[in-house]
Design a binder for this molecule. Structure first.
Ligand SMILES: *[C@@H]1O[C@H](CO)[C@@H](O)[C@H](O)[C@H]1NC(C)=O
Ligand SMILES: *[C@@H]1O[C@H](CO)[C@@H](O)[C@H](O)[C@H]1NC(C)=O
Ligand SMILES: *[C@@H]1O[C@H](CO)[C@@H](O)[C@H](O)[C@H]1NC(C)=O
Ligand SMILES: *[C@@H]1O[C@H](CO)[C@@H](O)[C@H](O)[C@H]1NC(C)=O
Ligand SMILES: *[C@@H]1O[C@H](CO)[C@@H](O)[C@H](O)[C@H]1NC(C)=O
Length: 448
């Protein structure tokens, strides 16, 4: 009983990992007649800085856009932090008033038969895909018309007994068996929510249509998302995630290539064969996904500044083989590393090497800032993941955050997140069959 009451107040219950036992990690792979397709590539539209986004404000300065992204990044961190002490688990702790910002990138897809365009937030930090549906009791305003399930011949509500519903039930236990229709209810800590039915539909990605994918048709939705989308596209690692449902079709592979938010170019996401790294210069590191869990983790061993190495502090030596120590997330803008001696060592080495006069960040987001000067050369900065060393370009490690103020985009925190600025201009490729993530330095503005 307690469980049901508390789940109600949980922050974003869908992505709570460990309420769900392994029994719920069922085989939800959608059935397809053939898997001959080589995959598909779509645009990832930055919600604020891409002219393709309906929320692009041409009058905003790029500093304003960056500040908004940093603000969202910090609230997303609070969310992860509340779920992740040493690792992310649903400890049962309840947090309120923390806003879950569901990601930075929008993805277009077509839903139903005939297909209707919808724009959702592509989120590697959540599993369930849901969109606002007609009839709508309460819906937030957004640009596209609501999806009308009655106008789609391929829409089918899932029964309570379906494996997809059971997988969802595993998380929250919301199936009330009202007309044997599977219901879902996702609640966010700030009071936002989406309530509706789990159903299957044909989703079309670019030219590729895939039948019978489970998603949430939200009939009562309120709150957040800055009206920027029709819903969420769940790209996490859990059972109901699109990635898991498309597993056979895409052979567990997807990748993204992110451009700088200051650049007028579009990031991309690929699924299936096209998601593979091609060059021998790519490096690969093990991906950690505890069963049933949404988040993706890597293991970061060291950070190297010039010729000095800083070993990531480990609370439990030896635990590395079973799990990662850093979340990799496309929806978090800045990178967070463990605070303390480790982080301080990195920053003091950078300061010493760069020999710059530091200034304070007026917004207090960053720990190391200096007066912008293009002549300042940073030493080489490398993130050493297990078996994969990634050289971070100076342009990602140091970003001009305000007029004349350049800051180090890595900040100290209780948990570690490898954020999207540091992932810019890498083809980041996830292989859920081999349980590996590969990085290949790439000019992402030339990707399509
Ligand atoms: C999942 O189901 C698919 C199709 O029904 C099957 O080919 C695949 O082997 C199953 N995978 C697991 C892990 O059971
Ligand atoms: C979202 O739309 C509502 C009206 O539906 C409006 O009051 C609110 O200001 C909008 N929020 C944003 C961030 O645009
Ligand atoms: C961005 O690039 C597109 C295509 O190259 C161009 O049409 C558009 O005007 C550019 N927008 C801005 C704000 O520079
Ligand atoms: C590291 O680099 C510094 C400056 O480039 C140099 O003085 C020092 O000898 C180097 N240390 C080692 C161990 O190579
Ligand atoms: C690291 O790479 C080596 C050599 O390719 C390989 O034998 C080893 O299994 C890899 N380690 C992990 C954890 O993948």
């Amino acid at each position: 009983m307690t469980l049901h009451i508390t789940t109600f107040t949980f922050f974003f219950i869908v992505i709570l990992p460990f309420l769900c036992s392994e029994a719920h990690v069922s085989n939800l792979t959608a059935s397809h007649e053939s898997s001959t397709t080589s995959g598909f590539i779509l645009n990832l539209i930055h919600r604020e800085s891409s002219p393709l986004s309906p929320f692009y404000n041409p009058l905003a300065t790029h500093f304003e856009r960056l500040k908004n992204a940093i603000h969202r990044s910090n609230s997303r961190l609070s969310h992860f932090q509340s779920k992740c002490r040493s690792r992310c688990r649903s400890s049962g702790s309840i947090e309120s008033n923390i806003r879950y910002d569901s990601g930075e990138y929008l993805m277009k897809l077509l839903i139903g038969t005939p297909p209707v365009e919808t724009l959702g937030i592509a989120d590697t930090g959540s599993d369930l895909t849901w969109i606002q549906c007609k009839p709508c009791k309460r819906c937030f305003k957004h640009k596209n018309p609501l999806f009308d399930l009655r106008a789609s011949s391929s829409y089918k509500t899932l029964k309570c007994t379906s494996k997809q519903c059971k997988a969802f039930e595993g998380y929250v236990g919301t199936c009330t068996r009202e007309h044997n229709k599977c219901q879902y209810h996702v609640v966010y800590g700030d009071g936002s929510y989406s309530y509706g039915h789990l159903a299957t539909e044909t989703l079309t990605f670019g030219e590729t249509s895939i039948e019978k994918l489970a998603f949430g048709c939200g009939h009562d939705n309120q709150g957040i998302f800055g009206n920027s989308s029709s819903g969420i596209i769940g790209l996490g690692g859990g059972p109901l995630s699109l990635i898991n449902q498309l597993k056979e079709r895409i052979q567990g592979k997807f990748s993204y290539c992110l451009v700088s938010i200051f650049k007028n170019a579009t990031s991309t996401i690929s699924f299936g064969e096209q998601a593979q790294v091609s060059s021998s210069k790519a490096v690969s590191t093990p991906l950690f996904r505890p069963p049933g869990e949404t988040y993706y983790y890597l293991y970061l061993e060291k950070v190297t500044i010039g010729n000095k190495s800083f070993e990531v502090p480990s609370e439990e030596p030896g635990a590395r083989v079973q799990r990662g120590n850093i979340l990799i997330d496309s929806g978090t803008t800045i990178t967070y590393l463990p605070r303390g001696e480790f982080y301080d060592g990195i920053v003091s080495t950078l300061k010493e090497d760069m020999d710059v006069k530091t200034i304070d960040d007026p917004d207090k987001n960053f720990n190391f800032c200096y007066k912008t000067n293009s002549n300042i050369k940073a030493p080489s900065i490398a993130f050493q993941f297990t078996n994969a060393t990634i050289k971070i370009p100076q342009s990602s490690a140091f970003v001009e955050v305000d007029d004349g103020i350049t800051c180090f985009t890595v900040v100290p925190s209780g948990i570690s997140i490898f954020g999207n600025i540091l992932q810019e201009n890498f083809l980041v490729s996830y292989d859920l069959q081999k349980e590996m993530v590969s990085f290949e330095a790439t000019d992402c503005s030339k990707k399509l």
